[in-house]
Design a protein around this ligand. Structure first.
Ligand SMILES: N[C@@H](CCC(=O)N[C@@H](CS)C(=O)NCC(=O)O)C(=O)O
Length: 220
């Protein structure tokens, strides 16, 4: 029985899982869920992910939720190509980069995107600006690193890249939707302001199978 993947279009967390499956060339059955109570909070889905969120996977009798836990599970069932490093030094660097994304970037991206996608502007303008300013600081550091390195934490593609890429794509999509300078700042000018990140994005986008993972409703 193929591994079942439950995902939602545009979820950066679900996108991580789809990317890792392509990189590792693991066959899977794709189950796309809508962002509504009927699908995410159904008894059937809550048995797979008790939090009723995407992504989740089912592999025979095993269910896993939380995107990074799923990436780690995929590494265990199919170790090649290695995404979590091959020795303590590599692993510590990769995990450090992953935790930095989840602790210092993700919360601000969430705050920023909510103000834009949930129509909270202009009332919550200050939340968006504060989040954007914090994110820009992180992007400067990441861009400095990527100026002379191809990947985030390691000389080859790693789980850290797969964790960060969808979060940044989601962020830039939000910034492009809101076209005032005050809200979007530098986030609409990646190639000019963060050329290292722009080049790294293109590297990820050249992964075979990448197109299959791109959120379908973003194509429209
Ligand atoms: N920390 C979780 C986050 C999962 C998450 O928040 N998923 C969102 C989509 S981006 C979701 O399913 N939201 C629906 C809901 O909460 O009802 C992960 O990494 O998997």
């Amino acid at each position: 029985m193929a591994l079942e993947v439950y995902w939602g279009s545009g979820s950066p967390y679900a996108w991580r899982v789809l990317l890792a499956l392509e990189v590792k060339q693991i066959a899977y059955e794709s189950i796309r869920l809508g962002f509504n109570k009927e699908e995410l909070k159904s008894e059937k889905y809550l048995a797979i992910n008790p939090r009723g969120k995407v992504p989740a996977i089912r592999d025979g009798a095993v269910t896993v939720h939380e995107s990074i836990a799923i990436l780690r599970y995929l590494e265990d069932i199919k170790p090649e190509p290695v995404l979590f490093g091959s020795n303590p030094v590599e692993r510590s660097k990769i995990w450090c980069a992953i935790m930095e994304v989840t602790n210092y970037i993700e919360p601000y991206v969430r705050d920023y995107a909510i103000t834009i996608f949930y129509g909270k502007l202009p009332d919550e303008k200050q939340i968006a600006i504060t989040a954007r300013t914090a994110i820009e600081k992180e992007l400067v550091n990441i861009n400095d690193h990527l100026r002379n390195k191809d990947y985030l934490a390691h000389e080859a593609l790693s789980a850290a890249d797969i964790v960060l890429y969808p979060v940044l794509s989601f962020l830039f999509r939000a910034a492009n939707k809101e076209n005032t300078e005050e809200i979007s700042g530098t986030l609409r000018s990646i190639d000019e302001c963060y050329p290292g990140i722009g080049a790294w994005q293109k590297r990820i986008e050249s992964i075979p199978g990448y197109e299959k993972t791109y959120p379908p409703h973003w194509k429209a």
